[in-house]
Design a protein around this ligand. Sequence first.
Ligand SMILES: NC(=O)c1ccc[n+]([C@@H]2O[C@H](COP(=O)([O-])OP(=O)(O)OC[C@H]3O[C@@H](n4cnc5c(N)ncnc54)[C@H](O)[C@@H]3O)[C@@H](O)[C@H]2O)c1
Ligand SMILES: O=C(O)CC[C@@H](O)C(=O)O
Length: 390
Amino acid sequence: MKKIRVLNQISQKGLALLDEQSYRLTEQTEEAEAILVRSADMHALDMGSHLQAVARAGVGVNNIPVSRLSEAGVAVFNAPGANANAVKELVIAAMLMAARNLYTAADYAKNLDPAAGDLAAQVESGKKRFSGFELAGRKLGVIGLGAIGVKVANAAIGMGMEVYGYDPVISVHHAWHLNSAVHQCERLESLLQACDVVTIHVPLLDSTRGMLNASRLALLTKGAILLNFSRGEIVDEQALKTHLNNHYLHAYVSDFPNAELLSLPNVLSFPHLGASTLEAEELSAIQVIRNLKSYLEQGSVQNSVNLPDVSIEPKGDGIRRLAIVNRNQAGILAEITETLGRRELNIEDMLNKSRGEIAYTLIDLRADIDESLLDALRTLPNVLSARECR
Ligand SMILES: NC(=O)c1ccc[n+]([C@@H]2O[C@H](COP(=O)([O-])OP(=O)(O)OC[C@H]3O[C@@H](n4cnc5c(N)ncnc54)[C@H](O)[C@@H]3O)[C@@H](O)[C@H]2O)c1
Ligand SMILES: O=C(O)CC[C@@H](O)C(=O)O
């Protein structure tokens, strides 16, 4: 029975895939063999020695200590693209809300006082304050053309916007899906200088933290709208405060409320709502739990952020499968096979793939795999983890 710790609310449609014969949910993180998470910060979490995998029902993994887990031979999975449509729709809504001043206008209408006189007259006298601008014909800059950025760019083309994209490391897959009318910017600076609306869709990495710093923010055009549905830390929000305070920008719309910006009139914040739709929550959970199960039960790897993709046939009758995460170093396979040879264990099949400094080895045996074998493998200097797939 495998024990799974669930750190956030995960869709029941996904959890239902964890059949009761093989899986049990636990409240004890230290006994968990796998952890399911959305946005909970796991950096300070003590995860125990049984952990084999962490599965993120979403995309961003900045809340997960991926390097520490890799060093412990623990696989980390996410659900790329599963919530991209949900975020795209919210970004389009946010763009419209900001351009047409809908949030302040709705607030105004809600606070009208029918008892104070003719409501229609109040409406007509108040509305000129909320006059906005149309998006068709305006320039949209999309920073990061991955699953979300491509969908936003394509939708904006459909709305008659002129779209500019910046992504020096765009994947071939995403490039194929990008509308050919999107203009490519070689430099982030030229995108910022050219666009009326700028939207950020890059992951939070060391290389993107503070990517929109004071000097880049200063390049934004007067009256521009900046949308941040990626992560708060990608924008230097302290530097942004100056532009907002002097009303240089029309609006900053963010899915990550910031204590210092919250109350500014030209800031519109949402409580991290990008992926909060029934559809995205279900799809993310189903996608990542399927991949988690195939990893735990068969050893195959799909959509991991730290292990190489491995697709392998399910174990045949009488076959037991070893899954080893090891450092990608010379001589390690010899040490593993020697350990098996000393126990007279014959290898039926074997697969080894690497990804950067990590390698992953699957070995099929026609014999039982006991704890003493696993312990012997775990003591090899470059083995990070060893387990049986079951
Ligand atoms: N608000 C929400 O609820 C919500 C939901 C989903 C994702 N997100 C955030 O959005 C981010 C993007 O999601 P996605 O699904 O599009 O991810 P993705 O991996 O499909 O796309 C990210 C893109 O950013 C590009 N990129 C990386 N570094 C870059 C750089 N320095 N400059 C320009 N481009 C760069 C990559 O090449 C890739 O194309 C996630 O990492 C997450 O932080 C937020
Ligand atoms: O789980 C969520 O609600 C947010 C997920 C989102 O931030 C992501 O990176 O996928």
